[in-house]
Ligand binder design. Structure first.
Ligand code: BDR
Ligand code: CA
Length: 314
């Protein structure tokens, strides 16, 4: 089974991603770390713990991480998308966790889990990249245990937080740049261009609702989020960005990727937080390339959409 750590800011689509990892048979979920993001850290942390309680996984430790970006402070939240508590106002209806919050901070828990593992571990960051940048900076030796960092984030075309930038990268561009260009561990970037194409519709959500108590509980978290995406998509459905990335983290090859250099725009101005993926033909790239070759990452560009939706529902 694939060993996995999830770093998350639940978040309705984070909830789907956590459930996928907590309930899947091909995955050994070692730990979950929380980060500020969709809602403040205190809310994302209790949401992560309640979601694991819903999935009956008291064996999985949860540790709290960063409450703000590495360098700059943004009042950057997405309560208007996910609901004020991050879960369409339904967080308190989830089961209370029996396992206490881990006493370690997120970075220490991740480092301890990596050091203790005798097999490589995949990390799936599905929120701002602050904790992951801090892990690589503070514990560089643990990088050799990291098989892949499969990131939900970035936009090849337009963004969602701004015209240029996707939410997770825009929340902490310096951290994203550090992780993607540091060369310490192989990165896979799952950008919103692809996650939007994997949106699920009302029929899919109906099947989830009638699949059993956990499916019904997940479905109950969706009303505010679904209402947002009704506007964003123009039809009744929703985008479960983070679950697409976690599917790839659990089953490598679920998404088709291209290996290209990626840099994050860290200047201030309308381009801040943009992910510049250089998808030119290699010959053209070679003629003008001034990017760092260490910054090549796998960017997810395509998948079998129906097969993926089926996999997520299963
Ligand atoms: C990302 O931003 C958050 O709102 C979602 O949970 C997802 O991780 C999509 O841009
Ligand atoms: Ca998220």
């Amino acid at each position: 089974a694939q060993k996995l750590i999830i770093d998350t800011d639940p978040g309705v689509d984070d909830a789907f991603a956590i459930a996928l990892a907590a309930l899947g048979s091909d995955v050994e979920l070692l730990g979950v770390t929380s980060v500020y993001g969709n809602v403040p850290l205190s809310a994302t942390t209790i949401n992560a713990r309640r979601l694991l309680a819903l999935c009956k996984r008291p064996d999985v430790p949860v540790a709290a991480g960063a409450a703000r970006p590495l360098v700059h402070r943004h009042p950057n939240e997405a309560g208007q998308v996910h609901g004020a508590d991050g879960l369409s106002g339904r967080s308190a209806a989830l089961p209370e966790p029996s396992r206490p919050l881990d006493e370690r901070d997120a970075v220490t828990l991740m480092a301890d889990l990596l050091e203790a593992s005798d097999e490589p571990v995949t990390i799936a960051p599905i929120g701002p990249l602050t904790n992951i940048a801090a892990l690589l900076a503070a514990h560089p030796a643990t990088a050799e245990k990291i098989e892949r960092i499969v990131i939900m984030g970035g936009a090849l075309g337009h963004g969602n937080s701004t015209a240029a930038a996707e939410f997770n990268v825009w929340s902490d561009p310096e951290a994203a740049h550090r992780v993607l260009t540091g060369g310490e561990a192989p990165c896979v970037l799952v950008p919103m261009d692809l996650t939007y194409r994997c949106a699920v519709d009302a029929a899919w959500l109906g099947k989830l609702d009638s699949s059993g108590p956990i499916g019904a509980a997940l479905h109950a978290l969706t009303p505010d989020y679904r209402e947002h995406y009704r506007g964003a998509l123009g039809w009744d459905g929703m985008v479960i960005h983070d679950a697409v990335a976690v599917a790839e983290a659990i089953l490598p090859g679920t998404l088709r990727t291209e290996r290209v250099p990626v840099q994050v725009e860290c200047s201030f101005g309308p381009g801040r937080g943009a992910t510049h993926a250089d998808r030119r033909l290699p010959a053209l790239r070679a003629s003008t390339d001034d990017s760092d070759p260490a910054a090549e990452v796998e960017v997810a560009v395509d998948t079998d959409l129906d097969a993926l939706r089926g996999l997520l529902l299963d």
